[in-house]
Design a protein around this ligand. Structure first.
Ligand SMILES: [Zn+2]
Ligand SMILES: [Zn+2]
Length: 437
């Protein structure tokens, strides 16, 4: 645990760079998640892109941020937004994002606070800091320019989840583009990110070296799997993240299996409501509205019991670490007609990871054997290796900085391919400063 005390532990240099643009990852440089990137020009204009934490047990925190007047938050996932209350509580920084990201932030921070209490891990901020942060949002619609630190900035659609943005920054000498988490492919909720000419591109590399299977193939396996289980009278438990994944899954079920009885539980319900109030940040708000009307939202204990007799239950947490999905699992595990479909990556040490490797899940403190069929599919909304390389080529930058990427398995593959294509590539380490000339 890092004990944050502002100004004490920052490794960030005090003086501006002599020339060019300095960038420095506080976190998320050579790892997935936990992002914070400070960038500064020779005039001392300085800002922070994202400030998140990784909610593992114990959580991973980025290094302490230097004082910044402004921070830009690409989207409302905890690994990009989780340390913002610390930033606002200590520096009273102005925080910039799309309206949807700002509106969802309250739910995400409150949930993070609640989980930290339940799990008993220390947070570096408290409830008061959430209130300060909520007052400090300045929101920007996509493609609307604003001036910050005498730079011209704008947010661009990033795909990934509704409200997710890429940041474009024009300084007196450079044009930078930070992708945040992005996907150039459409998802049920969002349309894909569009490349843009820049001279320095900071790109996430979560899926470096990994190729997505065709979306239709993935949906076919998903549908076949569900039909198999419902035909034998079972219920499929579909653990899904609240912010993006839950809604994507419900929309997919509505489109391909409208005859099913589907129940939805967890924070994804509240998030869907906010998404529907921001139609301009969605690919097609009507599709979400119809799917949402169609599914049954669980809101009471008796609803929960009814859901146990349904065809599918979509619920948090996505990696089976607590949340209603554990409550359902504890009941569904007794009938082997039931099954589980994991909808994406399961972090090492998570409940889903334990389920895949040992056939067990931690249910209220007990490692419990789960004798059900388990399928893992990928509904990822991160660009895969192929999409990342195509995106870089279309942005046509001189410099590429790969971040938000595993430094052993994923990033070296991207680094070598992009280098061989003639780009000047850097794979930064957390805590180091680099200069773009
Ligand atoms: Zn992320
Ligand atoms: Zn994300």
């Amino acid at each position: 645990m890092v004990f944050y005390s502002p100004g004490r532990t920052s490794l960030y240099p005090e003086d501006p760079p002599n020339k060019g643009i300095r960038y420095h990852f506080l976190g998320g440089g050579d790892e997935v998640g936990n992002v914070g990137c400070v960038f500064e020009d020779k005039f001392g204009n300085k800002s922070l892109l994202d400030y998140g934490l990784t909610p593992t047990d114990p959580p991973r925190y980025p290094n302490e941020s230097p004082r910044v007047q402004n921070a830009i938050i690409t989207h409302s996932h905890i690994d990009h937004i989780g340390m913002v209350p610390w930033l606002c509580g200590n520096y009273n920084s102005i925080i910039h994002a799309t309206p949807l990201t700002a509106q969802i932030s309250r739910l995400v921070w409150n949930d993070c606070y609640k989980v930290s209490r339940i799990e008993g891990y220390p947070l570096t901020w408290d409830k008061r800091d959430i209130d300060i942060s909520l007052d400090n949002w300045v929101t920007h619609k996509y493609d609307k320019k604003w001036e910050m630190e005498s730079w011209e900035c704008s947010l661009k659609k990033a795909g990934h989840i509704p409200g997710a943005a890429m940041l474009s920054v024009k300084t007196d000498s450079h044009k930078l583009l930070f992708t945040g988490d992005f996907d150039s492919r459409d998802s049920p909720l969002t349309s894909g990110a569009k490349p843009e000419k820049c001279d320095s591109l900071f790109i996430e590399g979560t899926y470096g070296g990994k190729y997505h299977i065709d979306k239709q193939e993935n949906i076919k396996s998903f549908v076949e799997n569900i039909v198999k289980v419902t035909d034998r009278g079972g219920t499929v438990l579909i653990p899904a993240f609240a912010n993006g994944r839950t809604q994507d899954i419900v929309m997919t079920l509505h489109k391909y299996l409208p005859e099913l009885d589907v129940h939805v539980d967890g924070m994804g319900k509240a998030i869907a409501k906010i998404q529907m109030e921001n139609p301009e940040e969605l690919r097609d708000v009507e599709e979400l509205k119809e799917a949402w009307k169609w599914c049954r939202r669980v809101s009471s204990k008796s609803d929960k019991k009814k859901a146990l007799d349904s065809d599918c239950i979509v619920s948090t947490s996505g990696m089976m670490d607590g949340g209603p999905s554990i409550w359902y699992l504890n009941r569904l595990r007794h009938d082997t007609n039931n099954s589980i479909i994991l909808t994406g990556y399961q972090a090492p040490g998570s409940g889903g990871d334990m389920l895949l490797n040992e056939g067990r899940v931690n249910i209220w403190g007990n490692k419990t054997r789960i004798p059900l069929d388990v399928e893992q599919l990928s509904f990822s909304t991160h660009a895969g290796h192929k999409e990342i390389v195509e995106f870089v080529e279309k942005c046509d930058p001189e410099n590429v900085v790969i971040y938000h990427s595993d430094s052993k398995s994923a990033r070296p593959m991207l680094h070598s391919e992009l280098t061989s294509l003639g780009f000047n590539v850097n794979s930064p380490k957390n805590g180091n400063s680099y200069i773009i000339n």
